[in-house]
Write a protein that binds this ligand. Structure first.
Ligand code: PRP
Ligand code: URA
Length: 209
């Protein structure tokens, strides 16, 4: 079974609370999401492999660590996942970015895929799939299905708010994919929205409602 990492840093907790507030503007919502993604990116990249290289400081020749091995790919689930890309990119500017378009049908609550474009060398990268909301888990599980179909083996999922139902569903569908979330909320409501949650992340991010 995969690991679930729930962020405990006070800066992250504070910013998530500000995002939940219904009076927070789209501008502030976007900025907060970028800031939290950057802070979470620090945790998500914690196990990146290092190798020693020889460099020369003004004082002497020395062996020091640099990143080695697999590079990173970031794959936001459209639309709302776009809001988490810049924060991680500011930590790992060389990361490539793929996109998966997937929306949840209002009636069936099931995800519908409409777009998929990944980096050509995706299977050689560690892929971080990002989406602020993990509700039923349907969208994340479907997105990760597509990514695995392209031969990708190393995948992590990073979200802002997860419902226990979504965590369970994603862990069952993809037991090899670790989940990183800023908050584990209480439950889903009858419309499969997260409680207390923050409402519709895409609409709040882009000001469409
Ligand atoms: C939201 C959210 C996730 C999905 C989560 O997207 O950004 O992608 O719902 O729900 P699930 O875990 O039950 O699948 P939405 O379908 O509203 O699309 P949007 O980002 O285009 O607004
Ligand atoms: N999608 C959202 O944007 N919010 C929820 O609470 C659930 C799914």
């Amino acid at each position: 079974m995969s690991n679930l990492y729930v962020m405990q840093h006070p800066l992250i907790k504070h910013k998530v609370t500000m995002m939940r507030d219904k009076d927070t503007t789209s501008k502030d919502f976007r900025e907060l999401l970028t800031e939290i993604s950057l802070l979470m990116g620090y945790e998500v990249t914690r196990d990146l492999p290092l190798q020693e290289i020889e460099i020369e400081t003004p004082m002497c020749v020395t062996k020091q660590p640099v990143l080695s091995g697999r590079s990173i790919g970031i794959v936001p689930i459209l639309r709302a996942g776009l809001g988490m890309v810049d924060g991680i990119l500011s930590l790992v500017p060389s990361a490539k970015v793929g996109h998966i378009g997937c929306y949840r049908d209002h009636d069936t609550k099931k995800p519908v895929e409409y777009y998929c474009k990944l980096p050509v060398d995706a299977e050689q990268r560690e892929i971080i799939v990002v989406d602020p909301m993990l509700a039923t888990g349907g969208s994340a599980a479907m997105a990760i299905d597509f990514i695995k179909e392209k031969g990708v083996k190393n995948i992590k999922f990073m979200c802002l708010i997860a419902a226990p139902e979504g965590v369970k569903a994603l862990q069952e569908a993809h037991p090899d994919v670790d989940i990183y979330t800023a908050s584990l909320d209480e439950r889903l409501d009858e419309n499969c929205y997260i409680l207390p949650g923050l409402g519709d992340a895409g609409d709040r991010l882009f000001g469409t409602k």
